[in-house]
Design a protein around this ligand. Structure first.
Ligand SMILES: NC(=O)c1ccc[n+]([C@@H]2O[C@H](COP(=O)([O-])OP(=O)(O)OC[C@H]3O[C@@H](n4cnc5c(N)ncnc54)[C@H](OP(=O)(O)O)[C@@H]3O)[C@@H](O)[C@H]2O)c1
Length: 436
């Protein structure tokens, strides 16, 4: 059977202004150029880069088609009369924010992959897009090439989302996967990740959970229709995860992942980023290396998982390209995608969040210690799911996994445990996700 492909009578050329021709910008330029004819046939629009802004205009830009005007002033691209859609891929807050606001004010739709900007200035930018009646699309801002913003915003628009949990930072997932599979310590694996280009020379934004927190704020905003300021996302990085923690998790049937979690708690939303022990049977446990995944739980749809490459020029540009086509089609039809309303968020404080916990405690190895420790758990209503004890000369290390308990109760319990004579130290506290 030979199917005849749809062939629109006319394909509208849409001039694209590219702000930034780096890793993602150069890939989107190449994809647009290579696929122009196919996109035109399929969608009726042919987006074409006509102008670009970079910092260094003398650098060769081999993926830009000849004839593209290359300047060092993003505003000149925004003002360019041939530019009808602006694609911001410079990163950072300024001049990206001003350029996007100017484009929107001029009635030009904007596509961006800038998670930092969307997380920090989303409401201002969404309001500007709404006022101008044009698109502001940002699929690439969370989990690179994985479609997650559009599914949440459109396909799941009527669903009651209960939770969104994501592995949204490839660097930390690479490090934790290596620590698990090679039984290596954090410092060794971080150095390897840096030498392979998976981690920056200054890895703080990734390993400290800052990048994941921006994405958690965006995911929470889209999934729950609330504005979540990134500063209010509870954040813990992976810097203190030890080879011992990873070995404990493995022995107990878990893997450690850095998760961005946004969940409904009554009528509020809890948003946090922290290392989490995930059962090896959970779909997120099998996400290895630099891959990303976002796991969604809805009241009716049940569990969904979106998996793929969360970074890199090609995959990220693929997400940008989808948005560019959408914005171009909408522009030619005189319409735009609805962003939805964003109410101020009532956020659940961490102290009121519940999860199971894995607690490693070092104690003096003498009779009665276990009973004293168990009594403290009981006094605070924290029930124990499993316990393992390992002797080390005159000391012992006890690893407890609790049932779900309020964060506040566990914190008070840990304070009281720390006051027991027999307790030498609270060696580690890791939340356990995906169990009751
Ligand atoms: N890379 C990824 O895998 C990935 C994944 C998801 C999202 N993103 C997001 O996509 C955006 C772009 O990332 P990227 O990795 O492509 O960045 P990049 O490689 O650093 O490229 C940035 C580009 O912007 C240009 N630029 C920066 N500041 C400028 C200014 N003030 N005026 C004019 N041009 C300027 C740079 O010019 P020069 O070339 O002259 O330096 C460069 O071409 C960021 O928001 C990032 O968070 C990236």
């Amino acid at each position: 059977v030979i199917a005849r492909l749809p062939c629109p009578a006319v394909s509208n050329a849409v001039g694209i202004g590219l702000l930034g021709v780096g890793t993602v910008g150069s890939a989107i330029a190449a994809q647009l150029h290579e696929r122009a004819a196919a996109i035109g046939l399929r969608t009726g629009v042919t987006p074409r880069v006509v102008a670009a802004a970079v910092r260094d205009v003398s650098k060769p830009r081999p993926t830009l088609p000849s004839g593209v005007r290359v300047v060092d002033d993003p505003m000149a691209v925004v003002r360019d009369r041939d530019v009808r859609v602006v694609v911001e891929l410079m990163g950072g807050i300024e001049p990206a924010r001003s350029a996007i606001l100017s484009a929107l004010a001029a009635g030009k739709p904007v596509v961006t992959g800038n998670k930092e900007l969307i997380a920090a200035h989303g409401p201002e930018l969404f309001a500007a897009a709404d006022a101008a009646g044009v698109d502001l699309l940002f699929e690439a801002a969370v989990a690179g090439g994985i479609p997650i913003i559009r599914p949440l915003r459109e396909s799941l628009a009527g669903e009651r989302i209960e939770a969104v949990m994501g592995i949204v930072n490839g660097t930390t997932n690479f490090i934790l996967t290596k620590m698990t599979e090679d039984a290596a310590d954090y410092g060794t694996v971080l150095a390897e990740a840096q030498s392979l280009g998976y981690a920056e020379a200054d890895p703080t934004a990734d390993v400290g959970g800052h990048d994941a927190a921006s994405k958690a704020a965006i995911l929470a905003s889209i999934a729950f229709g609330v504005h979540v300021p990134v500063a209010e996302v509870t954040r813990e990085g992976i810097e203190s995860i030890s080879a011992q923690n990873v070995a404990d998790a493995k022995r107990l049937g878990f893997v450690i992942k850095l998760l961005a979690i946004a969940e409904r708690t009554d009528e509020r939303v809890a948003v946090r980023v922290h290392p989490s022990m995930v059962p090896i049977t959970h779909p997120l446990a099998s996400v290895r290396g630099a891959f990303n995944a976002v796991f969604v739980e809805g009241a009716d749809v049940g569990q969904l998982m979106f998996y793929g490459r969360g970074a890199g020029g090609g995959p990220t540009a693929s997400a940008v390209l989808g948005d560019v086509i959408d914005a171009s089609v909408n522009l030619t039809k005189g319409t735009h995608a609805a962003l939805g309303a964003f109410a101020p968020a009532a956020l659940t404080p961490l102290s009121e969040c519940s999860s199971a916990f894995c607690l490693a405690i070092e104690v003096n190895d003498r009779p009665g210690v276990l009973a004293a420790v168990a009594k403290v758990f009981g006094d605070h209503g924290v029930s124990i799911r499993s316990m393992e004890q390992e002797g080390m000369a005159d000391a012992a290390r006890i690893v407890f996994v609790t049932h779900r308990a309020k964060e506040a109760a566990v914190r008070v319990c840990l304070d009281d445990l720390g006051r027991l004579d027999a307790v030498r130290s609270i060696a580690s506290v890791i939340r356990v996700v995906g169990v009751q």
